[in-house]
Design a protein around this ligand. Structure first.
Ligand code: DLZ
Length: 202
């Protein structure tokens, strides 16, 4: 059944030839983790291979635009060099420094430019103006990165007025038996569609 809101009936794409980067903030981890699950589920359903999904994290949403830009630049430099040497290796090292996760990009996972990058963050409004400043800066920053870098950047930033809004949008709500909808699934599908459009295949 189609609903009034949302991206409409999903289109089917073969994402098996795509490389997708995901950068997520670590603030509000429970919601982030559910969104990541939804995102990866949609990517895999579209055929994107595990080894072509590179996951990185940053402390908070404010760091997302820089991290997306850096990850994409590193993959571009790497693809135009004949190996992980010189400047490419230096850049790769600085990208790896963005996270403490064990699954850092390696020479084998960062060998062609990404077809799309998904930026995921969860901002929850507090008592101060922090929320407004970060939401505005990140929205504009991500748009700049995608237009100036010529790479699709999927806007996975939830700007929420309450925890409950976040749980519902991550599909882990629960009031009245309604768990909500996991927006990560939409972001994964959007990344595949835009990745294909970037390649000019559709
Ligand atoms: C400081 C801050 C606050 C108050 N709230 C959030 C939030 O709800 N979601 C989020 O992703 N990040 C938050 N941050 C952290 C900032 O995004 C950023 O990491 C720090 O200000 C350091 O630059």
């Amino acid at each position: 059944m189609t609903t009034l809101k949302g991206p409409g009936a999903p289109k089917t794409y073969d994402g098996s030839g795509l490389r997708i980067g995901i950068i997520h903030a670590r603030w509000n981890t429970k919601i982030i983790d559910a969104l990541l699950d939804g995102t990866k589920k949609a990517l895999k359903q579209a055929g994107v291979k595990d080894e072509n999904i590179v996951l990185q994290s940053v402390p908070g949403s404010y760091e997302l635009p820089y991290a997306v830009k850096q990850l994409y630049s590193a993959s571009q430099v790497q693809s135009s060099s004949s190996g992980v040497v010189g400047a490419a290796a230096d850049l790769l090292g600085s990208v790896s420094d963005l996270t403490t996760e064990p699954s850092k990009p390696t020479s084998s996972t960062l060998n062609t430019p990404f077809d799309a990058i998904i930026a995921i963050g969860v901002l929850i409004k507090g008592e101060t103006m922090h929320f407004e400043y970060i939401a505005d800066a990140v929205s504009h920053g991500l748009m700049r990165v995608q237009l100036e870098g010529n790479v699709p950047v999927i806007f996975g930033l939830l700007t929420l007025l309450s925890d409950e809004q976040g749980l519902m949008r991550a599909g882990i709500g629960g009031r009245g038996g309604n768990e909500g909808h996991n927006h990560g699934e939409d972001w994964g599908s959007a990344a595949v569609e835009l990745g294909m459009k970037r390649k000019g295949w559709v």
